[in-house]
Write a protein that binds this ligand. Structure first.
Ligand code: ADP
Ligand code: ZN
Ligand code: ZN
Length: 733
């Protein structure tokens, strides 16, 4: 190795589990290379953006064969310190190629090699003379007077905020600028704090806040286990306030911002600080802006979905995860990670507390609390005067059902509607009916690319596959026998909506699902209309269950929640219970008490009874016992190796070889289950199969995975299929 040359170890986004070395002739470029900087490197026939992991001066290896790096993209490292270590940990824990992990942690523009450039929003500020000038002097320019008045009142206002406050502010603003009273700057918007009344915390809330406050100086994981409506958000706000007061930043992770605009709004109303939002509703530049604000420490609050867990933060002081049980924290493609679990590791590395909040905590988190790893903070009462809802099962066996609605439920709906309560019905199936069948010959609409039925969407006159997106126009005749008796089988939200409009013509029905909320802002408008009482009957999918506060809902009906009871997936029951309680939690959140009715054909199912009679606590204990007996997580560790290909036999052939290789490694205690075809074997034209790896402890699992994955990378069959590894899988298909 030449004296003036450095060897750079680079994380290159490639599916290979390796670090790649490049040469860097030091005097060819006048820059210093530091870990965390981006480089452009040639890789095969392509150029890729990689991240420096390490710079070494001496090497035993033959460096002449290595390529030189093409360009250094940054003057300073983008990924540093604890986030850097977090990503290294992720790569090891999830056995995912380090280059892809680093790449996933960067906003798209940076990943593509773009500049670290903050664009921000145009904001208007007062100059010194603008601050001092008396409004009276503008008596004859009323519009200018109005605009200046607004700025004197608010200090800083963005274009967007101005447009919300005033029409036609632009011309007077230009005039004021010409007079030197104001100027503009690209910077983060400061939310307008509305004077909200902050309720005094109740005793349980106060205990929770004090406990976290006492732990602010170090890593302390907390489970905030509070029933729906118990004031968890109020607890987050109070703790955040303390952290912000110390000049530190708060990271809040939420399942889906689009579905819970209320949470973001409550943070915005409470704190007059720049907030960096990170979610899929932003464009690439907005995401980059948020990332930069978080990194600089200019945004005191960072609120985001899953990937925000990797946001660099200069002064992180606290992490909050709302609805920690929610499945959307798990990334299901590519770099498969659990943002919740990564967040806990991040809090540990950053030496800050983390609060995991939920009314229905995951079994993993409950287990961690029981084992003493997390401290559990309980909120057992609903806040204010609200009472917990009464939940009952409605036995519909042998009952007359009209469009999936039992008479018992309909009667109760009438009663609540008459007393001017709102009714919320939950059915987690959109479309008109799950399939369409020919009464003459038995043909049913199947997807040609998946092992599943096409869902009938009546309004759009289409059949659509919910798994691959394939669509067909609805035709009036059976494609097989030309018969005209095509009939919808089963019920989706569209069909129930139709039935409700017929049954309750005097009330307004609102359907909320992905089909009715596709337009940007549509959900927000609907939520506002619900608050204003424009609709009396609300019908929706799980979108309706997430964190919403509907003070007038007094009755919740769950039309069909029992698919989970007999599912092949061992987590299905846990998910079902969480869904029932989350939906139920929308009832009776204000003065008026709530009732929840669950239509079921299995009123005697022991776990369902446990849930309804004893509540989530005892139910989850029973479920944990089952898991222990079955030796399933959290009492063991799992990983799932999946493979898919257009050829039916290849995935199983590859997994069989994988099985042999693993067996030959002879790691004690590890069990291999499979390979078997995935529950839905064909999806989007590809056949899928899986092999489950079970170990009593994580250590054994990792001892197998590390050497095994390198073998799989080198495997010939492995190049003919698409395969992936999922550590801690939450869905078994
Ligand atoms: P959660 O997040 O647990 O569902 P929220 O924080 O949204 O609960 O609180 C539910 C409702 O109760 C909100 O309207 C909130 O303003 C109110 N609330 C919360 N804490 C209190 C309190 N200590 N006193 C009175 N009302 C409260
Ligand atoms: Zn037919
Ligand atoms: Zn399909």
């Amino acid at each position: 190795m030449r004296k003036d040359e450095l060897l750079i170890r680079v994380a290159v986004p490639s599916p290979l589990r390796r670090i790649f070395d490049y040469r860097f002739p030091q005097n060819s470029m006048d820059v210093r290379i530091i870990p965390g900087m981006r480089l452009r490197v040639s890789f095969g026939r392509r150029e890729l953006i990689g991240v420096v992991l390490k710079v070494v001066r001496d090497s035993e290896i033959d460096v002449e064969k290595l390529k030189q790096i093409t360009a250094v993209l940054d003057a300073e490292p983008l990924i540093t310190g604890r986030v850097f270590r977090l990503l290294e940990w992720c790569s090891g824990y999830y056995h995912h190629p380090i280059g892809e992990v680093f790449s996933a942690a960067l906003p798209t523009l940076l990943r593509q090699g773009g500049e670290l450039l903050y664009k921000g929003q145009r904001c208007w500020l007062l100059s010194e003379s603008g601050r001092e000038v008396a409004l009276d002097t503008l008596k004859r320019a009323v519009k200018q007077q109005g605009v200046l008045g607004l700025l004197q009142q608010h200090g800083v206002l963005s274009d967007r905020q101005l447009s919300d406050l005033l029409n036609g502010w632009q011309a007077p603003m230009r005039a004021l600028r010409d007079k030197g009273f104001i100027y503009s700057e690209q910077r983060p918007e400061i939310p307008e704090v509305t004077s909200v009344t902050v309720p005094p915390l109740n005793a349980e809330q106060a205990v929770a806040v004090t406990a976290v406050e006492a732990g602010l100086a170090d890593f302390h994981p907390f489970l905030l286990n509070g029933v729906t409506g118990s004031g968890k958000t109020e607890v987050y706000l109070s703790i955040a306030e303390k952290v912000l007061a110390k000049g530190r930043q708060v990271l809040v992770l939420v399942p889906e911002i689009g579905l819970t605009p209320q949470l973001v709004l409550r943070f915005q109303q409470r704190f007059a600080v720049p907030i960096a939002l990170m979610h899929s509703g932003l464009n690439d530049q907005e995401r980059l802006d948020s990332w930069i604000l978080a990194r600089d420490g200019r945004a005191s609050l960072v609120i985001g979905t899953r990937s925000a867990v990797f946001a660099p933060m200069k002064q992180l002081g606290l992490i909050i995860i709302d609805e920690e049980h929610d499945g959307s924290f798990k990334q299901q493609e590519g770099f498969r990670y659990s943002a919740r679990d990564v967040a806990v590791m991040r809090a540990r590395l950053e030496k800050v507390p983390i609060v995991l909040g939920s009314a229905t905590p995951s079994l993993e988190t409950l287990f961690n609390a029981q084992e003493g790893r997390y401290r559990e903070l309980l909120l057992t009462q609903r806040a204010g005067n609200a009472q917990p809802p009464k939940i009952a099962a409605l036995d519909v066996r042998g009952q007359y059902m009209e469009h999936g609605l039992s008479n018992g439920l309909i009667a109760l709906m009438r009663q609540h509607l008459k007393q001017s309560g709102q009714v919320l019905l939950f059915l987690n199936r959109r479309g008109y009916s799950p399939t369409l069948m020919c009464h003459d010959c038995g043909w049913s609409a199947e997807c040609q690319r998946c092992d599943t039925h096409m869902v009938l969407h009546q309004y759009e006159q289409r059949l659509r596959c919910h798994h691959c997106g394939k669509e067909m126009r609805l035709v009036p005749r059976c494609p097989q026998c030309q018969g005209e008796q095509l009939r919808p089988i089963g019920h989706g939200t569209e069909r129930i909506e139709e039935a409700l409009q017929e049954k309750f013509p005097e009330y307004k029905v609102l359907r909320i699902d992905r089909d009715t909320t596709r337009r940007k802002g549509a959900l927000q408008t609907m939520l506002e209309e619900i608050h204003d009482g424009k609709h009396q009957i609300l019908l929706g999918t799980q979108m309706l269950s997430k964190g919403h506060h509907f003070p007038n809902v007094t009755l919740v009906g769950i039309l069909d929640a029992e698919q989970g009871l007999y599912s092949a997936d061992y987590r299905a029951i846990e998910r079902m219970a969480q869904q029932i309680l989350q939906v139920a939690g929308r009832a009776g959140r204000a003065e008026r008490p709530g009732t929840v009715l669950i239509q079921t054909h299995h009123p005697d199912h022991p776990l369902l009874r446990e849930l309804l009679e004893q509540g989530y606590g005892p139910f989850s204990q029973a479920l944990l016992q089952e898991r222990q007996q079955a030796d399933m997580p959290p009492y063991s560790a799992l990983a799932l190796l999946r493979a898919e290909a257009t050829d039916k036999h290849l995935p199983q052939a590859f997994l069989s070889e994988a099985y042999q290789l693993a067996a030959a490694l002879g790691v004690p205690d590890v069990l291999l289950l499979g390979p078997i075809p995935s529950p839905m074997e064909r999806r989007a034209g590809r056949y899928r199969a899986q092999l489950l790896i079970h170990a009593p402890q994580r250590g054994a699992l990792h001892r197998l995975l590390t050497p095994w994955l390198l073998q799989l990378e080198a495997n010939k069959l492995g190049r003919k299929v698409r395969w992936s590894l999922d550590v801690d899988p939450i869905e078994m298909y």
